[in-house]
Design a protein around this ligand. Structure first.
Ligand code: S3P
Length: 184
């Protein structure tokens, strides 16, 4: 029987709307690991919505908060960490996360991201960079173009999420993770 032995973290990166939080939650339950969503941590620590942080203090300040959270959670063990879409913008974040984590990029087409974000209006207060965009599809494309290289370059594994269920994506991650850290 295979025995699961890793202390490593599973890190999920990718654009808004690819399902990092939902997939992360699923994976953590299945593997009996702790789950942290860095945006939720920022909300908990500051008592403010992401949108309010952007509006009151600007994106730069949000990135400082994000950087602090990443720094804190990077030393955790056996934790699934879902990150905000902009985490790759600061290479210090990636450096810290890689220290004890395997980075999985959830990769989706612009159409998938667009449809997910459209059907998830409730969470728009977490996404001020995309909020109220009359041309959401173009804004997603523009952000993705700026970040694509960073996502691809920093990923240890790339998981294509188009036309897959949460369970299918989660199980792919679990399969890879288990095959890296199992012994017979
Ligand atoms: C951001 C994505 C958001 C959140 C913030 C900034 C980005 O997280 O961190 O609004 O820069 O792409 P999600 O990826 O969970 O939407």
């Amino acid at each position: 029987m295979k025995q699961y032995i890793s202390n490593k973290n599973i890190i999920l990166i990718g654009m808004s709307g690819v399902g990092k939080t939902t997939v992360g939650n699923y994976v953590s339950k299945k593997l009996n690991m702790r789950f942290i969503d860095t945006d939720n941590q920022i909300i908990l620590n500051t008592g403010k919505a992401i949108e309010d942080i952007f509006n009151e203090y600007g994106e730069e300040y949000f990135r400082v908060l994000e950087n602090q959270i990443i720094n804190n959670v990077s030393i955790y063990k056996r934790t699934v960490i879902s990150t905000g879409g902009g985490v790759v913008l600061d290479k210090v974040n990636i450096y810290s996360l890689k220290n004890n984590g395997i980075i999985f990029l959830l990769k989706a087409s612009i159409d998938t991201i667009f449809n997910n974000l459209k059907s998830n209006q409730l969470s728009s207060d977490r996404r001020p960079l995309l909020k109220g965009e009359s041309n959401l599809r173009n804004k997603i494309k523009e952000l993705y173009k700026k970040r694509e290289k960073l996502y691809l370059y920093n990923a240890d594994y790339i998981i294509d999420v188009d036309n897959k269920s949460i369970n299918e994506v989660g199980n792919e991650i679990i399969y890879i993770f288990n095959s890296l850290y199992s012994c017979s």
